[in-house]
Design a protein. Sequence first.
Length: 394
Amino acid sequence: MAYPRITLKPGKEEPLKRFHPWIFSGAIAGSSGKIEEGDIVEVFSHDKKYLATGHALAGSIAVKAISFTQTEIDDDFWFEKVQRAYTFRQRQGLTENPDTTAYRLVFGEGDLLPGLIIDFLNGLCVIQSHTVGMFLAQASITKALQRIYGDALKSVYSKSADTLSRMANFEAFDGFILGDFLPEKICENGLFYALDIIQGQKTGFFLDQRENRALISRYAPGKKVADVFCYSGGFALNALKAGAALAHAIDSSRKAIELTDRNVELNGFKDERYKGFVSDAQNFLDKLPEPYDIIVLDPPAFAKQHNMRSQAVKGYRNINYLALKNIATGGLLFTFSCSQAVDKQAFQSAVMAAAIDARRPVKILHYLSQPSDHAVNLFHPEGEYLKGLVLYVE
């Protein structure tokens, strides 16, 4: 099948030769005809050499590459791509682990499938398309999932309407593509979490803190723990399982605290060690009801765009200052940023400034990031969005 062609200006082919999957509009010299958002296009250098095949977009990123080999984009193509993503997770021990029944199957550029997120949640695959091209490919992607999982796949749910309505002039829908099964819970590191796929954030559960949530178990026995911006209470649950003296969950959303309450009950931890607080994080940290030995700061993205970077850095500095100022002597601060616009150095600098303001000596115990199923493509370092530090506070 012949696809529309895009030709680049001289010298603009270098990023593609380094396998970076984004082509910016300013690099384009022309095209072979009218191209609609979501179309599959082939990209050529100014001297007519094939470079990549991808999906056309309407913004400053004009094309996202899905292949660096000239090939037909058909059902077999999608099967091979998703199969590679599955094999990678299989080799991480994620696909047949009864203690962890949820993982990210496809992570956009990390799997050379930019614009596509797929989470496997205990028999359900939730697809989130961030480009029109990926949304239009969902039927083929669902066929690939059926071939790969067989009877282990009970349903496929598309959850792309909100994302695409904000990013493209395209009317998407949410709903089942296959079956109608909605799991009530998943298991992660031996702990159960209730799910709300349809009303919950993102795909229904935040999978990217799995390994970091497990890490707190090493330090939690006998300690007083505050899980701030808790959402589903993952850090608090792991602390309780490890034998924390107490674990408090804090979130400004009443729904988040209700979800954490439900997860605490689901795991049999409903005792005097746990309490949930509906509270603004800054207000809570500024007036701690008691000193905590471990504080976890896992806020939502303070900056979703680069023009908000400066404001976000100030936000990280302020929230970390309050935690560092009030944490117990010898305490541990688990602090994170999921803002892609704020890189590791900027985040660490904000935390360092907070420590200076709080006049607390601090040592770095761990540098943290996202787990392997949120794979970072070596040729696309922008995919490393989650930054974390574990700090010992004297």
